[in-house]
Design a protein around this ligand. Sequence first.
Ligand SMILES: NC(=O)C1=CN([C@@H]2O[C@H](COP(=O)(O)OP(=O)(O)OC[C@H]3O[C@@H](n4cnc5c(N)ncnc54)[C@H](OP(=O)(O)O)[C@@H]3O)[C@@H](O)[C@H]2O)[C@@H](O)CC1
Ligand SMILES: [K+]
Length: 500
Amino acid sequence: MRPILNSQQIREADAFTIANEPISSVNLMERAASAFTQKFLELFASVPSVAVVCGVGNNGGDGLAIARMLQGEVGHIEVYVVGNLEKASEDFRVNYDRLGERLSPKIVVDESQIPEFDTSLIIDGMFGSGLSRPVEGVYAQVIERINASEAQVCAIDIPSGLFADKPTPSAGAVVEATHTISFQLPKLVFFMPSAASYVGSWHVVPIGLSEEFLLQQTTDKWQIELRDIHLPLKRRFDHKGTNGRVLLVAGSKGKMGAAILSAKAALRSGCGLLFAHVPCCGLDILQVAVPEAMVEVDEHTEIISEVLPEEQIDVIVIGPGIGTGKLTENALAQLLQKATAPMVMDADAINILAANTHLLSAVPPESVLTPHPGEFKRLVGDWKDDFEKLEKLKAFCKKYQLNMVLKGAYSAVCDTKGQITFNPTGNPGMATGGSGDVLTGVIGALIGQGMNPLEALRAGVYIHGLAGDLAAHAQGYRSMTASDIVAMLPQAINQLDKKC
Ligand SMILES: NC(=O)C1=CN([C@@H]2O[C@H](COP(=O)(O)OP(=O)(O)OC[C@H]3O[C@@H](n4cnc5c(N)ncnc54)[C@H](OP(=O)(O)O)[C@@H]3O)[C@@H](O)[C@H]2O)[C@@H](O)CC1
Ligand SMILES: [K+]
C-alpha cells in the first residue's frame, strides 16, 4: 500500500534524501522538475502556449526549472513570478539565474501587473507544501485571474492555496486546476470530495525520495495498490461447499432487483453456494433471474420478516432492498442474536442499525458495513468537513470493532484499528442505482472463500471499481448500469488473476 504522509513528513523526507543519498537540494529540485516535465508532455503533447506562474519558494523554483525544460517542447512560453524576489529561496535563485534571457520572467507585485492569461495552458507553481496560511492579497487576485481564464491549469505538486492535510479556510483563494502532477506520494486532500474541483485529475510522479525513510513513517492513511490485492486460491480438489457458502438476505416487493444484482455479483466473484432469503413475492423472480441461487422464502409475501437459523454459512450478506419496516427490523435484531458468521451489512440494514444503535454491539466482530455518505450520516451524525468525516469513520470503526467502507469516489476502507485505505479504481458512471448492491455481493463472496473480512473489503472495492472502469470503457460512463458492472466482473477478476 502506498502511504499518505503529511506535509511535515514530506519535508523531512526531502531533507533525509538530500543528506543521505546524498544529493544537493537544487539537484533534487532538478529531478522533480524533470519528472513533472516528462508527465506533463505525456498529458499535453502539443500545447501552443504556456504561462508558468511561480511563487518565490521552492514550488516557484520548480516552476522556473520546468519552464526551462519545456523550451523547444511546447510553443510559446511566458514566465511570471508573483511576490517579493528578496524573499526567494536559494534553489529558486539558482533556477532564476539558469532561465536565460529568452524566458526572462515578468514580476507581479500588484494588481496592475497581473496578466490576462490568454495562453492555452497555465502551470501553477505559486505555492506547494510550504503554504502556511490562507492566500490573500495580490496572490489571491492572481489566483482569481487564473481561475477566470479559459486555459487548462496544471498544478505543480498541489494547487496553490490548498492545504495538503488539513481543511482550507473558505476565505483563502485556491487554484482550480484541471490537472495536478504531484511529487512522490499523493496528498491526503486529493481523496476528498470537497477538493475535487481544485485538484482536477491528479498524477503522482516518483522523484527518488528515500524509500527507507518513507517506509519508516507512521501514518494511518494509505492508498490501495494493485499489488495489495490477493485473490483466494482455487484448488483442483475444491468443491462448491468449500468455495464459500454465502447467505444473502435481500429484497422486498418492488426491490427484488437489488437482490438479483447482489446474487449475480457474488456468483461472478467465485462463491461456491449462494443461498438467498427473500420474501415470497421474490421467489419466481430470483429463480428465473439467477438459476444458480438456492432460494428460501420468507413467510411474508412482500418483505423479510424472519431469517432462518444459519447453518454452515460462511458469511451473511444482508441489506440490499430490504426496507426498514418494523418486521424487517425485528428480523435483523433476531438474526444478530443468532449470527456467528461475519456479516456484510448494506443499505437498509445500515439504516436499521442507525435507527437502533443498541444493535450495533451485537454485530459479529470483524463484520463489514458498506454505507454511502447518506447512510453513514445516519449512523454518526453530520460532519463539518471531509477531514472530520474521516475522524468520525475511524472513531466508529474502533468503537464497534467493525470494518467499514465509506463509498464514493476513492472509497475509504477503515479497519477496527482506525487505519484508512483509499481505493483508486472506479469512475462517476458507478454513481447509479444498484452499484452498491453489486459491491455487497462481491465482498460477501470473497469473505465466503476464506479471505479475512478486511482483505475482502479492500479487494472487493478494488475489483468493483475496476469492473466499473471496464464497463465505462465499454458502455460510456453516462450510459453504464449496475448490471454492466456485474457483466465486467469476470474481466476485472481475470486481470487480477493474471497479475498474481
Ligand atoms: N524541499 C525540496 O527539496 C523539494 C521541494 N520541492 C518543491 O518545493 C515545494 C515546497 O517548497 P517550499 O517549502 O519552499 O514552499 P512553497 O510551497 O514554495 O511556499 C513557500 C513560500 O510561500 C510563502 N507563503 C506560504 N504561504 C503563503 C501565503 N498564504 N501567502 C503568501 N505567501 C505564502 C512563503 O513565505 P513566508 O511564509 O515565509 O512569508 C514562502 O516564500 C514543494 O511543494 C515542491 O514543489 C520539490 O522541488 C522537491 C524537492
Ligand atoms: K502549486
